[in-house]
Design a protein around this ligand. Structure first.
Ligand code: GLA
Length: 419
């Protein structure tokens, strides 16, 4: 009898425990459901315009702003610019060191076969303090180019901008340009040219086997200045000697294998072109080793004419020089326009840009013997200096949009039948 009571007692305990477990499981499930429903209103408030607020965010947003909402990606099945022009000229792009990985890097690997540092090789980046060279960022770009079989342009050994002040201070720390004593001015000039020589020797020696094309001097012409030479610290202290010194130092350190360029903007303008031509001729006559002219070619959908761009290259070719287009981009605005087209750029503007790019590349192809490289100042509209210059606004000067997708301008160049 006692045994039977014990069994009944244990059966009751077991059943109670089982019931407790079942209740616990049910309660947990219930609380899970409550969490999910709690999220729903948040989704709804994020999508006030949505007609189906319960749907996941992604399914409704693209219909509002298709181009902006899509995540950037690489189009693997489109032609490559570099391959399209492989028999004509190299195709390049400017980049920052952080673009040597990620999607921008993938786009460049697919589309171009030459690179240039947007900032990493300028004097202020490479030798910010006298004798202290910072190579890491420039090295990254060189290594990336090497790993992917791309050529490199060096930009730039000399410039009046993005150059550290120490170059132009005398031994007492005083600005050389303020010196009035003739003897001291001579000493300062020698000191500055020695510093320039050391800067160039160090850089060219390091990269001469990896970098084929060098902007030795940048933007030395300024037609508005009295003699047409930019009235920079370089010019005020040394006259045109800094130009001769720079080219000679680069040749001495790099040997005959590297190509040396004088780079400038607005070279399509006959007045500026002719002043540049006179300077280059004077230098060549003195035996200064200049191999080519770099034409920045920051143009707009309105000007200059393609004919002026080509005519300028023809003129320098007559001197036996190479030409490279070194910083190509095409603003959507006229040069003196400060307006903003806003986020949705009208289609007719993008079509106009496509037509201009088409006309330019047709002319370049016809005159391929004049030009050895065409380098864009950037790769896609997600990263362009024009977004903040001359004012902050929507800009789209390149061949790929902010999502890294080919624009009408890309197709106008590689396959106009797709337009
Ligand atoms: C000039 C320089 C470039 C760059 C652009 C603007 O063209 O040569 O290095 O600074 O201006 O980004």
């Amino acid at each position: 009898m006692l045994q039977v009571r014990k069994k009944v007692f244990f059966a009751i305990i077991l059943s109670a425990a089982l019931l407790a477990v079942i209740l616990l499981v049910l309660a947990l499930n219930k609380s899970g459901e409550t969490d999910q429903t709690a999220e729903a209103p948040v989704q709804t408030t994020e999508q006030p315009d949505s007609v189906t607020p319960q749907e996941p965010k992604r399914s409704t947003e693209p219909s509002k702003q298709p181009a902006e909402a899509a995540a950037p990606s690489i189009q693997k099945d489109i032609p490559s610019l570099a391959a399209t022009f492989k028999n004509d000229f190299a195709i390049g792009a400017a980049l920052e060191p952080n673009q040597t990985s990620g999607l921008s890097a993938d786009l460049m690997k697919k589309q171009v076969n030459m690179l240039v540092a947007e900032n990493a090789m300028k004097p202020a980046s490479i030798q910010p303090v006298e004798g202290q060279f910072k190579w890491d960022q420039a090295d990254l770009i060189v290594a990336f180019a090497k790993a992917n079989g791309m050529a490199v342009r060096f930009h730039t050994l000399v410039w009046h901008s993005q150059v550290p002040d120490w170059f132009f201070l005398d031994t007492q720390g005083k600005a050389m340009v303020d010196e009035t004593d003739t003897k001291k001015r001579e000493a300062n000039k020698k000191l500055l040219l020695d510093r320039l020589d050391a800067h160039i020797q160090a850089i060219v020696s390091r990269y001469k086997d990896d970098i084929q094309y060098w902007d030795v001097v940048n933007e030395v012409i300024e037609p508005a200045d009295p003699d047409g030479m930019r009235n920079s610290n370089w010019y005020k202290i040394t006259g045109t000697d800094y130009i001769a010194t720079a080219f000679r130092a680069a040749r001495e350190a790099g040997g005959p294998g590297i190509k040396l360029y004088i780079n400038d903007y607005g070279t399509d303008d006959p007045k500026k072109r002719d002043r540049l031509y006179a300077l280059v001729k004077e230098m060549l006559d003195k035996g200064v080793p200049i191999d080519g002219v770099g034409h920045q070619t920051h143009i707009s959908i309105y000007n200059p004419s393609v004919m002026n761009i080509i005519d300028s290259m023809k003129k320098f070719k007559e001197l036996g020089l190479d030409n490279q287009i070194t910083e190509l981009d095409m603003s959507l605005y006229n040069w003196n326009d400060r307006s903003d087209l806003g986020a949705a750029v009208p289609d007719d503007i993008l079509q106009k840009q496509a037509q201009r790019y088409k006309e330019l590349f047709e002319a370049l192809k016809t005159n391929a013997g004049l030009v050895s490289a065409v380098v864009f100042w950037g790769i896609a509209d997600d990263h362009t200096w024009l977004s903040t210059f001359p004012v902050t606004r929507t800009e789209a000067p390149l061949l790929f949009d902010k999502q890294l997708q080919a624009k009408p301008a890309f197709w106008a160049i590689v396959d106009p039948s797709k337009l």
